[in-house]
Design a binder for this molecule. Sequence first.
Ligand code: CUA
Length: 338
Amino acid sequence: MKHLAIISILVIIFTLLANYFLQSVGLLPVEASEQATVIDKLFNTHFWIISFLFSLISVVVVYSLIVFRRKGDDEDEGDGKYITGNNTLEVVWTVIPLITVIFFSFLGAKSLAATKVIEPEALNVNVTAGQWYWFFEYPDFEIKTDTLFLPVDRQVKLTMTSVDVIHSFWVPEFRVKQDVLPGDNFVKELYLTPTVVGDYTVRCAEFCGGAHAYMNSPVKVMSKEKFQDWVDTELGNQPKDPVSKGQKLVTQNGCVGCHSSDGKEGVGPTWKGLFGSTQKLSDGSTVTVDEEYLTNSIVKPNVQIVAGYPANVMPSNYADLFSQDELSSIIAFIKSLQ
Ligand code: CUA
């Protein structure tokens, strides 16, 4: 009983010391996102358990070595007592670890769920990974950049894909990590809410070839005002005249995959000389191509099909995708192709 009391006190003391050591060596970098708080809580709980188990084992071993060692006058050199089984002990050392493991898997699942909470006003950023670069696109502003700019205290939804092999998006200060896979069927999402303004680095955490170690890109977390300034500056650099704006839009949105600008036949009619022309439609009627017809053809592409072209090919979500201003720019561009 005396030994048990001493060992218990020593275990408590060494648990506190070991945990203090683990907390103070700075194993984890600064905690810079809401998701990081969740992960760190889990880490800290683990640190406590690790400290306790380490102390429990080391204290018992060292205590036994010292206190129960063979003393100088001990003449007994025979074998120790032969013990064949102890049901209570066996049940205890099975049930306690079982409960501990189940408890931690519950904590893990709960924390994972907490890092995947989606906020409706999240900022959208499309991330493209490739050998060996990161590329970021802000669909709401039509900005493309190789540096990830983020406003503080606002959730960002990263929609990620790779153009070649498997990469992994990892900013240690944000804790959460996500593999980035090639192929349209494997688009991955990651949710981040940066909480500390500062400069960070996104690394690739999946070995992806020769320059894997150098696949870093800057991440800048800025105040909401500074972020808006950055967006405005970027937008100021964008083409202002409707024709160039329209040209940029049709290139970015893949329209040029089906519609040529030089008269070449494609899946859809060419834009060259289209504006002002008279077209025969699949229902036998004819139409003069004007602003109204072009607008309708973009937002409701299956209503008035030009004769000879297939229906249900063009995406039908452009009404949501393009603003009125963008539609006018696209039409201005088509108009310019005479
Ligand atoms: Cu990309 Cu490693």
